[in-house]
Design a protein around this ligand. Structure first.
Ligand code: 4AD
Ligand code: MG
Length: 478
């Protein structure tokens, strides 16, 4: 009867009055052969279980070691000790699973995040990662709630595809051909006709193109799934496997798109703040402690909670790419040659530029629109100036780009021109082009990088700590 247990999160909310309950969890510590700190993952707050002296067998007490799992039945009483309102006076303690304290890798002390990444299979058991993954869950749940409330259809786009949605050539190949001596064509290249799907396929970099097919019939859709990029970027903001949320809306222009993105980001932050106040308070304290090690000028001006409040209560700044470049060119940082990369109209802004705009200049999230056509994907709608496209990126403090989106080119002739110029094979995307042939409509959408969002809300500075099992160049453990 495992379902008769009460979760510690619920138990801690009870008014102590000798209620009999059963809890199950893992031992975090055992003091004076009497006080067990028990955690069951429902909250970072441990339950104090009291094993009164003399009441329990020596043999049982010896097995109450760090990480051992227990089933405890007892009564909930007010706690005379400091730090907790109530405690559980144990009547029966059953060991569900022993744990060799000497060999347990997670000792009750502070471990570095780098070390915890090496034992990612156990890091859920720390307060930090318990909080991160509960907040991540809330954000994911809020994503579905937000779109469901607005009548969007959740569309499951394929993980294996034959197209490169972003045209950036950063794909992982999917094949069942032998690595040694694969079948070859007459001209000596690999013959994918003999492959599983009868053609070359890869893991998706984005569900957008399929999303557009859905939106131009269902009206409004969103995807929320894993996406894969073989970009060799070893940075605190890049993963080879990350989760992306991609809404796509028919009858929608760039401004509607920006409004939805801003509302969406605020909604999911608010949801996490309402549902995970303890976890966020813990993470805020963790971040404040971590930043104490930094020189004054590297610390954040606002604490985590204040930062989130600030984002909720202020409009995002909206500027064009051209304005952004002007701001950079006028900046003291530029004049003092502080930027490593060149600044001029036409560049693909580097993270140092984005961070300057967001963290130094505006000190709030910024939506940059109307990027040069040549640095953006083929599907973005061309503006009347002939040089820019109706693109928008949202830049967030401490993160940089968190959203990328655009109004889509719905005019078949213009889209075909762009595809030709960018060497995107129109024959292979015949199905995509059909949306423009049969009842084309203005439409728009965006992609939110879920792990970057988790980073922003939890204050974790490395994206590897925002996903359970990070995949990065050279690393796919667990
Ligand atoms: O800007 P991106 O490449 O846009 C697209 O994929 C579009 N198809 C989205 C759309 O319009 N439907 O990626 C969108 C977001 C980025 O802003 C970033 O937050 C995240 O995805 N992202 C990554 N996150 C982690 N690791 C990576 N390697 C990422 N690449 C992009
Ligand atoms: Mg982008």
């Amino acid at each position: 009867m495992f379902n008769k247990r009460i979760k510690i999160k619920q138990l801690l909310l009870l008014e102590p009055g000798s209620q009999q309950v059963t809890v199950m969890g893992w031992v975090r510590s055992f003091r004076n052969t009497q006080f067990i700190a028990l955690n069951d993952g429902s909250t970072n707050n441990n339950l104090q279980v009291v094993a009164e002296l003399g009441k329990f067998d020596e043999a049982i007490l010896k097995r109450i070691t760090i990480a051992a799992s227990l089933k405890v039945t007892g009564v909930v009483i007010p706690s005379p000790g400091k730090g907790q309102k109530l405690e559980l006076k144990a009547t029966v303690i059953e060991i569900l699973g022993d744990s060799d304290a000497e060999k347990y890798p997670l000792q009750p002390k502070k471990h570095s995040l780098e070390f915890l990444r090496e034992i990612a299979h156990l890091r859920f058991r720390t307060n930090t990662f318990g909080a991160v993954f509960r907040v991540r869950h809330s954000l994911a749940f809020a994503v579905h709630q937000f779109f469901n409330e607005r009548g969007f259809v959740y569309l499951h786009t394929p993980v294996i595809t034959a197209s490169d949605a972003e045209g950036a050539g950063e794909m992982f190949r999917v094949t069942t051909l032998p690595a040694q001596n694969p079948p070859l064509t007459d001209d000596g290249t690999i013959n994918y006709k003999e492959d599983f799907f009868g053609r070359a396929t890869n893991l998706t970099v984005s569900g957008q193109l399929e999303g557009e097919l859905g939106a131009t019939a269902l009206g409004e859709i969103y995807t929320f799934g894993p996406t894969f990029r073989a970009e060799n970027s070893n940075t605190p903001r890049h993963l080879a496997e990350f989760w992306m949320i991609e809404p796509e809306m028919a009858f929608c222009d760039l401004e509607d798109n920006m409004n939805l993105a801003e509302e969406f980001i605020k909604y999911i932050i608010r949801y996490a703040m309402e549902h995970n106040p303890d976890d966020l308070a813990f993470l805020a304290q963790r971040l404040a402690d971590e930043e104490k090690q930094l020189p004054q000028d590297k610390r954040s001006e606002l604490g985590l909670i204040e930062k989130l409040d600030f984002v909720l209560n202020n409009d995002f700044e909206r500027i064009t790419y051209t304005q952004a470049i002007d701001i950079l060119l006028q900046s003291p940082a530029y004049k003092k040659k502080k930027f490593q990369y060149e600044v001029k109209w036409g560049i693909d802004m580097q993270s140092e530029h984005e961070r300057y705009l967001v963290e130094k200049h505006f000190k709030k999230p910024v939506i940059v629109t109307d990027y040069p056509m040549d640095i953006k994907a083929f599907y973005m709608r061309r503006n009347d100036d002939g040089k820019t496209v109706a693109a928008m990126d949202i830049l967030a403090p401490g993160i940089g780009e968190i959203v990328g989106g655009s109004q889509r080119e719905e005019r078949l002739d213009k889209l075909l021109q762009r595809m030709e110029a960018m060497h995107v094979p129109a024959e292979e995307l015949w199905w995509y082009l059909d949306t423009r042939r049969f009842g084309t409509v203005p439409h728009a959408g965006f992609g939110l990088g879920f792990e970057r969002m988790v980073q922003f809300v939890t204050g974790m500075s490395n994206i590897r700590d925002a996903i359970a099992f990070p995949r990065t160049p050279g690393s796919a453990e667990f």
